[in-house]
Design a protein around this ligand. Structure first.
Ligand SMILES: Nc1nc2c(ncn2[C@@H]2O[C@H](COP(=O)(O)OP(=O)(O)OP(=O)(O)O)[C@@H](O)[C@H]2O)c(=O)[nH]1
Ligand SMILES: [Mg+2]
Ligand SMILES: [Zn+2]
Length: 320
């Protein structure tokens, strides 16, 4: 092969980066020192990043990453425990997010589901929802719980990783995309991926750690799909931090609220207590689902708190 080649990062582990070039070959790469000095308030390199590598040893498949392409988008979380916000990139350049929830075991937490959807909207990554474990409830009961997300615009799939129900339909949706799988721990993300791409043997029923120490942290890893495309498992993020969502923009991340807000009297209406609010009027007419409305209010308060903390922390860091 040529001395330089383009590829995609499959995973980052300790000091190495695994890169897959377009011919399907995997390379164990180091990062050119110069690239490490690029200081950004974000992750230097993550799964999904497109890179250029220089071949160091063609037989051992060893390379050096000499360039990282600018990210088109990223799925991120706020790094916990830092004064100024730092972006932890879970996956670079995903085409879409597959949010997996269980119909039962664990009991569905719809506030958490909205949190994942808002994070997807804020990252401008299209989301769809997969309800797993319908073998436990039946499809009808699952539809009764989650069905109202469909008219909002989120495609819904009802599946069972255990029994194989709905997997073929889901596979067709995934073809040729880079899909990141997100959802609470125990929803069956790893089980589903194993069903979709037999032979991967991802560990099931074992908590993936989102540890503090460098070496216990497990970020996303991309798996190539036989049919074309990639899928990435992520640790079950119980608390997906809202990255950089300001209260004033939260309504942009609820599609059914976003659609109505141009009709509000004030263009910067937050729909909390302003007069002439078209969103609250629609809610009073029963046109916005009560759960989504409660979720919006809760996330709004949270975003206000984050903004206030950020304001007070500006000085402490000295970089404000
Ligand atoms: N009944 C039933 N159980 C399932 C199904 N899919 C997964 N499970 C079980 O649910 C448990 C959790 O599955 P995992 O695939 O490990 O869940 P996960 O979402 O990857 O969890 P984390 O890696 O911790 O985020 C395991 O005991 C699975 O056997 C399903 O379709 N039906
Ligand atoms: Mg898992
Ligand atoms: Zn309004």
């Amino acid at each position: 092969m040529a001395l330089q080649s383009e590829g995609i990062v499959l995973r980052v582990y300790s000091d190495f980066v695994e890169v897959r070039t377009e011919d399907g070959v995997r390379w164990r790469c180091k990062l050119l020192g110069k690239l490490k000095r690029r200081r950004r308030r974000t992750t230097l390199i993550a799964a999904g990043d497109r890179v250029r590598i220089r071949v160091v040893d063609a037989e051992k498949h060893e390379g050096l990453i000499v360039a990282i392409a600018p990210r088109q988008r990223a799925l991120s979380r706020r790094r916990p425990g830092t004064l100024t916000p730092v972006e932890d990139v879970i996956l670079a350049n995903p085409d879409e997010i597959m949010v997996v929830f269980a119909a039962a075991e664990p009991e569905p937490n719809l506030f958490l589901l909205d949190r994942f959807l808002v994070a997807a909207e804020a990252s401008e990554i299209p989301a769809f929802i997969v309800i797993n474990k319908i073998d436990l409830t039946g499809e009808d009961r699952a539809r009764a719980i989650f069905g109202f997300y469909e008219p909002i615009g989120y495609p819904l799939y009802y599946v069972s990783a255990k029994e194989g129900t709905g997997i073929d339909t889901l596979r067709r949706h995934l073809k040729n995309h880079i899909t990141v799988v997100a959802g609470p721990s125990g929803a069956g993300k790893s089980s589903l991926i194993n069903r979709i791409q037999p032979g991967l043997n991802l560990r099931v029923g074992e908590l993936m750690r989102v540890g503090k120490g460098k070496h216990t942290t497990r970020w996303a890893q991309l798996y190539p799909l036989d049919q074309g495309g990639f899928i990435a498992d992520t640790p079950g993020l119980r608390e997906l931090g809202l990255w950089d969502v300001r209260p004033q923009e939260l309504s942009d991340y609820f599609p059914e609220i976003r659609a109505l807000s141009p009709q509000c009297r004030f263009s910067d209406c937050t729909h909390i207590n302003e007069p002439g609010c078209a969103v609250r009027a629609a809610w009073e007419r029963g046109e916005i689902h009560p759960h989504r409305w409660a979720s919006y209010q809760q996330l709004f308060q949270e975003a206000v708190q984050v903004q206030e903390q950020g304001f007070w922390n500006q000085d402490a860091d000295g970089s404000g």
